[in-house]
Write a protein that binds this ligand. Structure first.
Ligand SMILES: *Cc1c(COP(=O)(O)O)cnc(C)c1O
Length: 223
């Protein structure tokens, strides 16, 4: 199946109100162009160098979603590229502060999601749910000067156990609601980014507003 056909087929399975991020990491710019040609505008990348190599040779109305672990020492370079950007993978207060400070310096506003860790694997990154609840309960987010927190991102456990996956997505959905209850003035906190190629239908059942799909669109990645 080619990229255009695959993307149409994923799209028909998405209810209204659920956005599609085509995860293009490890795939060439030519693959992104194929998706772009059938109207796809949001793409997901996980490495700063790779994103900065691809973006300049692609149309400038692409919206880039950064979904990988972001090192604080790469923030300046990422923001300086002047891309339309949503950093979905903010996984520490240190990173959030670095993004905010750099955004002030560059005179821009940066949109982010906070990443929560609910899955079984220790290897996955993200805030512990309690840590996020404490952050929003304390009102510290009001100190951000140039960062807009637009919602929550997360992943389910990497398992065939459907009930476990559902439980993880439900936990993320509950966390989103709890954060909204603690921080009702956070008017941009709307997104719940969850669901990948193998589990996005379960994520949508649980309330996902944004699915991040790579393999089902572009085929397997060659690392
Ligand atoms: C790679 C990646 C995806 C896409 O995974 P697929 O299984 O290929 O759909 C989604 N989210 C994140 C955070 C990723 O790193």
């Amino acid at each position: 199946m080619n990229v255009a056909t695959a993307i149409e087929s994923v799209r028909t399975s998405l209810p209204q109100g659920v956005g599609l991020v085509a995860v293009s990491k490890f795939h060439p710019a030519a693959a992104i162009e194929q998706a772009y040609s059938v109207g796809q505008r949001a793409f997901g990348e996980s490495r700063v160098q790779e994103l900065l190599a691809k973006a300049p040779i692609l149309p400038n109305d692409i919206r880039w979603h950064f979904i990988g672990h972001l090192q604080t020492n790469k923030v300046r370079q990422l923001l300086a590229a002047g891309l339309e950007l949503l950093i979905e993978s903010v996984d520490s207060l240190k990173l959030l502060s670095a993004i905010d400070a750099e955004s002030v310096k560059q005179g821009r506003i940066t949109n982010v999601l906070v990443e929560a860790h609910v899955a079984q694997e220790e290897t996955k990154s993200g805030f512990a749910p309690d840590e996020l609840l404490e952050y929003f309960r304390s009102g510290q987010y009001r100190n951000l000067r140039a960062t807009r927190i637009c919602g929550l991102m997360g992943m389910a456990s990497n398992t065939d156990d459907t009930e476990r996956i559902r439980a993880d997505f439900n936990a993320l959905a509950r966390l989103k609601e709890n954060i909204i209850a603690l921080a009702p003035d956070l008017v941009d906190f709307k997104h719940l980014s969850m669901g990948m190629s193998d589990d996005y239908l379960l994520a949508i059942d649980a309330g996902s507003t944004l699915v991040r799909i790579g393999t089902a669109i572009f085929g397997p990645r060659e690392y």
